[in-house]
Design a protein around this ligand. Structure first.
Ligand code: PLP
Length: 404
């Protein structure tokens, strides 16, 4: 309600003429005619769900990631949920999660009755701090959910070593990082279970969609069961073995987390363009790095050489020593200029739901400090050169106005 007023004031401050009149936001999908044709072809065929396009998609995900097994599901949150279930996470367990992430990375532990324990981020890369993981381990810790924030891989070798030494499972929440390589190896093949999201703002989309990747056959079988009610047609998995043609058996409590075949068709078509999308994202990131790299008002996310990153988000951190405004004012001024940023993320435990569970402010100081100063600017492969330049112009204009 008040926001409109603030924007009008900002427009007046900036002389009434915004950089852009047609607003652009931080992310959007890129759908072309080949995607539409792929979906239409699937819709004309016999299978809308539970069909062969799902198998093709899973093969493709294995090919891209070099993981042995893939299980496509209805969204990234479902992928995280069944990942926790497959690993046997239950009431009384603790799961260590990065504080700076989308709520789903922690909610998956709550779904299983376990307790999310938040680890702080490294102040430079904004990824989970391996040292803080070590500090947060207790006798109850069962797993770590490490998020490749903005697409940059977490310090996998270090985190895997910690997990191994302490008998913990590693779930890599790679919702941001399909296409990223860590030390030359694709994300998806490196953790006990890796999860993807194919929401429209992510690098490739199925409308809604997700997947679990694993190299472990036992986990793969559990993930498949959990995706579809816990019902099996495989006689080896049955308790009351029956080889009758109609017989299937529920052997555990699963869900209906299936992806449809036409979503899989869309995603397969998108994955054909993953490399193109990835190159374009890298190109835009370079342009932004060049434009903002030497501005004292802004701090850029540190990149680590181990990660060859397909960037999902481009995050600017405001330098409070060099700006007279707070993040709210910077954000509103950018909106007034036609650039609509977003903030990724409120530390999960600062959501009121988590506060009610008893989580307190001050738990992860680096995460809280980051949250106060960041915003994600428009960043997606379909951005035109003009839109990229407008974004740069608007950020520089606002930074210059508030420079101190
Ligand atoms: C998007 C996202 C998810 C959830 O994915 P959905 O497909 O929207 O359910 C989980 N974790 C992170 C880090 C995400 O960005």
């Amino acid at each position: 309600m008040k926001r409109g007023v603030i924007q009008m004031e900002k427009l007046a401050i900036f002389g009434g003429k915004p950089v852009r009149t047609e607003k652009i936001s931080y992310g959007r999908q890129w759908i072309d005619e080949s995607d539409i044709t792929a979906v239409a072809d699937c819709l004309r065929g016999p299978y809308l769900t539970g069909g062969p396009t799902i198998n093709k998609l899973e093969d493709k995900l294995c090919e891209i990631t070099t993981a042995k097994h893939a299980v496509a599901v209805s969204n990234g949150t479902a992928a995280l949920h069944i990942a926790c279930m497959a690993l046997g996470i239950k009431e009384g367990d603790e799961v260590i999660v990065s504080a700076i992430t989308f709520a789903a990375s922690a909610n998956c532990a709550l779904y299983c009755g376990a307790t999310p324990v938040f680890a702080d981020i490294r102040p430079d890369t904004y990824n989970i701090d391996p040292e803080d993981i070590k500090r947060k381990i207790t006798k109850k810790t069962k797993a770590v959910v490490a998020v490749d924030y903005t697409g940059q891989a977490v310090e996998l070798d270090e985190i895997k070593k910690i997990c191994k030494e302490n008998g913990l499972f590693l779930i890599e929440d790679a919702a941001h990082s399909i296409g990223t390589k860590y030390k030359g190896k694709p994300v998806g093949s490196l953790a006990d279970i890796t999860t993807f999201s194919f929401h429209p703002v992510k690098t490739v989309t199925a409308g809604e969609g997700g997947a679990c990747l694993t190299n472990d056959e036992g986990l793969y079988k559990k993930l498949r069961l959990l995706r579809a009610h816990g019902i099996t047609r495989d006689i080896d998995e049955m308790v009351n073995k029956s080889d009758a043609g109609w017989y299937n058996e529920q052997v555990m409590l699963g869900y209906n987390y299936r992806m449809t075949d036409f979503q899989a068709a869309l995603l397969l078509s998108q994955l054909e363009k993953l490399e193109k999308f990835s190159e374009r994202r890298k190109e835009i990131a370079k342009k932004y790095d060049r434009a903002f790299g030497d501005m004292p008002e802004l701090i850029l996310q540190k990149t680590i050489k181990e990660s060859d990153t397909t960037r999902h988000l481009y995050v600017l951190r405001l330098n409070p020593d060099k700006l007279s405004c707070d993040r709210r004012e910077f954000f509103d001024a950018l909106v007034a200029e036609g650039i609509v940023p977003q903030v990724h993320y409120l530390p999960v435990y600062r959501h009121s739901y988590y506060e009610k569970l008893g989580y307190k402010k001050g738990l992860c100081p680096e995460a809280e400090d980051l949250y106060e100063h960041i915003l994600s600017i428009p960043f997606y492969p379909l951005l035109s050169e003009e839109e990229i330049n407008d974004t740069i112009t608007a950020v520089k204009k606002v930074a210059a106005y508030y420079r101190r």
